[in-house]
Write a protein that binds this ligand. Structure first.
Ligand code: PLP
Length: 208
């Protein structure tokens, strides 16, 4: 499990880490940077799960071990060029096909993995999806099933490195686990409801 810590102040993230949550993730570069000093002394792994603009890559790289939201060759290339050491990445797939969401389309995922082979500083670890927002049950499950199928296809195409499936959030983690999630990303169920309207994160992740 990964704790999704957007809007959560460092003091509360600290408590979660001290109680055994090792993996944590932010959606916005500013939040990663803003909380870095306060949490530096703790042993934990910081991932990035939000939409990433190429002009912010340099600021992010020093603080994260993994970027889960790579969804274009352009972004992959930019990370590859800027990172000083090899970095772990996940390919984000838009399994719900909602326009409000980022992610490569399911049909283009394998082609993108093939292209990314030439980028020697990126270590592809797995796939990530948000799935259909606020969905549960069958609807949620279909998105996760699709991600698992893309993983299978990727492995059949020689991408054995695609081992992780990062899928499932507070409303739908049960379905995600049933479909083979290796990482669920949980915010609300641990920290409570966020003060910021959800639209802020889901439709306007680009906002500076
Ligand atoms: C906020 C967020 C989560 C966690 O969502 P909750 O419903 O609060 O558990 C997971 N993944 C991403 C990409 C997020 O932005």
């Amino acid at each position: 499990m990964l704790i999704a810590t957007k809007t959560v102040p460092p003091e509360r993230i600290r408590v979660a880490i001290e109680h055994g949550c090792f993996l944590r993730a932010e959606n916005r570069v500013q939040e990663v940077i803003g909380k870095a000093d306060a949490l530096r002394d703790l042993t934990s792994e910081q991932h990035f799960i939000g939409h990433l603009q190429t002009n912010k890559i340099n600021h992010l790289l020093r603080h994260v071990t993994t970027i889960q939201s790579v969804d274009s060759f352009r972004l992959a290339e930019a990370i590859n060029k800027r990172t000083e050491a090899p970095i772990d990445v996940f390919l984000q797939v838009n399994t719900s096909r909602e326009e409000s969401k980022f992610g490569v389309s399911p049909e283009k995922a394998i082609a993108l993995l093939n292209q990314m082979r030439e980028l020697e500083n990126l270590r592809v670890k797995g796939l990530m999806t948000i799935g259909k927002l606020f969905a549960t049950g069958e609807t949620a499950r279909r998105c996760f099933e699709l991600l698992a199928r893309i993983q299978e296809m990727a492995q059949d195409a020689g991408h054995e490195e695609v081992r992780e499936l990062s899928m499932g959030m507070t409303p739908d983690f049960v379905e995600a686990i049933a479909e083979g999630a290796t990482i669920v990303r949980i915010g609300t169920a641990i920290f409570g409801k966020r003060p910021t309207p959800e639209g802020f994160f889901w439709r306007e992740m680009d906002r500076p």
